[in-house]
Design a protein around this ligand. Sequence first.
Ligand SMILES: Cc1cc2nc3c(=O)[nH]c(=O)nc-3n(C[C@H](O)[C@H](O)[C@H](O)COP(=O)(O)OP(=O)(O)OC[C@H]3O[C@@H](n4cnc5c(N)ncnc54)[C@H](O)[C@@H]3O)c2cc1C
Length: 467
Amino acid sequence: MNNKGRLLIIGAGPTGIGAAYRLKKLGYEDFLLVEAAPKAGGLARSFVDDKGFTWDIGGHVQFSHYDYFDAAMKEALGEEGWLYHERESWVWIADRFVPYPFQNNIRYLPREMAAKAIRGLINRPPFKADPNKDFGTWIDQMMGEGLKEIFMAPYNYKVWAYPVDMMGSGWLGERVATVDLSRVTENILMERDDLSWGPNNTFQFPRHGGTGAIWAALAEQIGDKHLRCNTHIVSLDWQNKVAITAEGEKLEYDHVLTTMPLDTLSKTLTPELPVVTEASHQLLRSHSHILGIGLTGEMPSKLAKKCWMYFPEDNCPFYRVTVFSHYSPNNVPEPETGKYWSLMTETSESTHKPVNREQLMEETIQGLLNTGLIHDRSQIVSQWSYVAEHGYPTPSLQRNALLSKIEPELKKAGVGSRGRFGAWKYEVSNQDHSFMQGVEWVNSTLFDVPELTVRFPDTANAMWGRK
Ligand SMILES: Cc1cc2nc3c(=O)[nH]c(=O)nc-3n(C[C@H](O)[C@H](O)[C@H](O)COP(=O)(O)OP(=O)(O)OC[C@H]3O[C@@H](n4cnc5c(N)ncnc54)[C@H](O)[C@@H]3O)c2cc1C
């Protein structure tokens, strides 16, 4: 084994755990993983509320681009630890559900709306390949004005909390189903549903403990010798290779991987790297408000088989609702009685899209009534909420230019920064990507193997197609 000295990993979310897991597998002993929170898991943690409902920080749907990740998941929970689901996702619009991908199923829309969507598709401007174009122009060229106005612009504003013309389009790849006019027209004429698309048409979910159970199991495998929770790094003296904790303890290292958000990292760098400070504070992000509503009584029949639903209209604050009790029956108390079920909502916030945090629970419950997801307030037995201040790393128009200033400066300072907000690349920020960014950082640090996921997101994502 190459001895590269002491490795320090900051943050025990999926990225940090991925790095530590790889080191354990290699039998590399000289490393420490530190985490500010009392428990590992980061944004992929789960919580049990005081009524016994389990919640994730947003509906975590797991699918993977990597065999290495798949094997780690099996090892974490065992074959029996997983439940497998067919994706059933829908858009609630014009008082009806339209199957997702919305753009392939416009036959469900009222006639006027469907005609507008088709007109837009026929008249759309030619598609010009240009990675620098904004998301709004990409939508115009790919889907036409009709679909943009009916669904894509309002829905994406609700998700991202920024107008589509402030966002880039280079991140899109597999993330947004594109449109084939002849397929759409045939679907209408043949009255055919067109449901399967993209990497997540099936997904797996832990039988017990929510998504957090995965990361708790892997953290246990890493063990107390290498993992220290309640350890907040407040200063990173990169010249002397020392990280300093809130308690003033000095942790020396030879190589460091940080998974803190880039804007947070910039404030811990000692001495400051002015280019990193300036550029990282121009990166856009949104806050994610996750509200869990524990319910009793009859579930509306329209929810019977649904996993999650999208909400582009302004009759509710949330853009997505997950029927979380469908992910695992154990996500509710007394699962054997069938008495309880649960809904989890996600609402975005940014400087462009403020949220009244005090009123959000009330507005959410009203939104669930407006959209017919619950019949009556008396069904509610539990209310839970969580705010992720760093929720979504926005793929803004300026993002790539900003990252190209930040990355070389950090490299020169010997600071590896990876993960959802450590790399700030939405297109490689799911659990599998994050975990593999940690694994690949170790491979690169110990063996000089070039990293794939953070450097070539499109290639990493294309790997799904080959599995
Ligand atoms: C609303 C929402 C929905 C999502 N849905 C999905 C999904 O459906 N499927 C999917 O695969 N993924 C999903 N994700 C993404 C998934 O949660 C992330 O991939 C993953 O958590 C990112 O891991 P990370 O380790 O990079 O960052 P994080 O999970 O953010 O972990 C970073 C860790 O670093 C710690 N830290 C920060 N600063 C310091 C410091 N100074 N000192 C010590 N520790 C520090 C933090 O406490 C945290 O634990 C979703 C995320 C959100 C927010």
